[in-house]
Write a protein that binds this ligand. Structure first.
Ligand SMILES: [Zn+2]
Length: 72
């Protein structure tokens, strides 16, 4: 994937330019990771992996409300 293509790609949620990662394209603003399939970036919110983004994906059964505060 070349830089020219990357330069015109933006997150469909917040329109931030995405950053190339090993496993996809990361939006630094909302934290969504868009997959790249067959060399083609998939800039779809429905395909993006978001951190704590309560989407319509019901893949994981039994999600607990939130007790995610750990001090390292
Ligand atoms: Zn975004």
């Amino acid at each position: 994937m070349d830089d020219e293509l990357l330069a015109i790609l933006a997150c469909p949620a917040c329109h931030t330019s995405v950053e190339r990662q090993d496993d996809g394209l990361l939006c630094p603003t909302c934290g969504r990771l868009f997959p790249i399939r067959n060399g083609i970036p998939v800039m779809l919110l429905s395909e993006a992996e978001g951190p704590g983004d309560a989407g319509d994906s019901a893949d994981h059964g039994g999600e607990k409300p939130s007790a995610h505060q750990e001090n390292s």
